[in-house]
Design a protein around this ligand. Sequence first.
Ligand SMILES: Nc1ncnc2c1ncn2[C@@H]1O[C@H](COP(=O)(O)OP(=O)(O)OP(=O)(O)O)[C@@H](O)[C@H]1O
Length: 452
Amino acid sequence: VYHVERRPGKRWALQHVTFWSDDEGVPCHRWIQTLNKHLLLTSLTCAADNVRPQRLLVFINPVGGRCRGEEIYRCHVEPIFKLASINTHVVVTKQANHAKDYILNNNTEAFDGILSVGGDGTFNEVMHGVIEKAQNRVGVGETEGQLKPATLRVGIIPAGSTDCVCFTTIGTNDPVTAALHVVIGDNQPLDVCEVRTDKAFLTFSVTLLGYGFYGDTLRDSENHRWLGPSRYDISGIKTFLRGASYTGRVDFRLATVDATGPRDGKLCRSGVCGRFTAINLSAMSSSCARCPSGLSPAAHLASGSADLVLVRTCSRSALLRFLIRHTANQDRFDFPFVETYRVSEVRFTPIAKGDCDECEEEDEYSIASNSELCRGLSPQGATPNLCCCVSVPHTSTVSCWNCDGEILMQTALNVRVRPRLIRLTSRHFLKLEIGRRANSASSIHEHRDRAR
Ligand SMILES: Nc1ncnc2c1ncn2[C@@H]1O[C@H](COP(=O)(O)OP(=O)(O)OP(=O)(O)O)[C@@H](O)[C@H]1O
């Protein structure tokens, strides 16, 4: 009998127990029948969507991370699925967007779920595919109304560079652990951020929307792809040394736990304006091996909100202290230049010259000097004539957005959290929630549901 054994570091391993019987009158197949019947009963008495999957569609990205996707799947995951009698249809992707197009153009009703073997980019493709399919081809993003939650579960077997989605949801980027979560039928709803410009839908995001520091780091890392995952370290150091900050206005709607409505008491904050080293919006804690507790450790997975972290312009030493706290288990928000909000909607606008009332004010944490002022056009020409307080030395007057590891060139964005839009084949680990989120009614409900 195969079973899951929990190991340190949130890892799960496959173990087995062998039973012997001296009584020849109890044939082996009766033991097996009884156990299978019991397993079936257990699944049926849990929530209906907790049933173990029997047929999965699997996409393998052969070029993600260290190009080990196929090897990881064949050596570590496929044997587990065979033991669990899960039938699979495997597609090795041939180019970007192959997985999304496949989902949209083929019948997926026969499957209990779709897995991506790769990094966050591959997962993102699969997620876009299932969300778009769930809208019955109405055209995702064409409407600003409700979006239908996707019923098909999506899962991730980590084989990428950062594997943020996997690490955040199951606590490790170990492929065997991820496969075991799939096998036992774990699933968890997940909020998704819908990203638009004023005119059009752009994309969905689940991990990080980062402007400034994380946007610049990603943009620079694209020049060093040949370095593999370590390109993020090199580019992170370069971005830190540049010390750029950008001017903009951030408007947002604070999240509350109640349903929305004209009398819901939701507050609408507007006009947080100034120079920012980083603007981060996380719909989940966004953790990875380097930053195990994540960019925003207490972000919920499925509460209809996201965590907005505004890092105002600051000295390099202050920024370094802020970044170092991400690697240790310390409060990274306990700095006077860091503001945090739990929000349901955000709008970001880069500020044009003359539009910023706060430019004249001396910023306590500013590292800009007049010699660093840059008044050129943005690289995209989208936001020309930027405010004179933009302190971007040497190169660019605007940053770009890092959207789950992909670059967005549009700088002015509207983001709305779409609650529980997809279901993930994972189990949210409770310790973090109980320890840090006990003051939230929604998390208390989540605990109660889970306890049931
Ligand atoms: N066969 C392929 N050839 C080229 N690109 C592909 C192929 N299959 C998928 N892709 C694209 O590769 C991109 C990167 O893949 P992925 O995100 O899985 O790896 P990564 O960037 O190394 O990992 P992470 O996102 O975790 O840092 C994805 O955006 C995906 O669309």
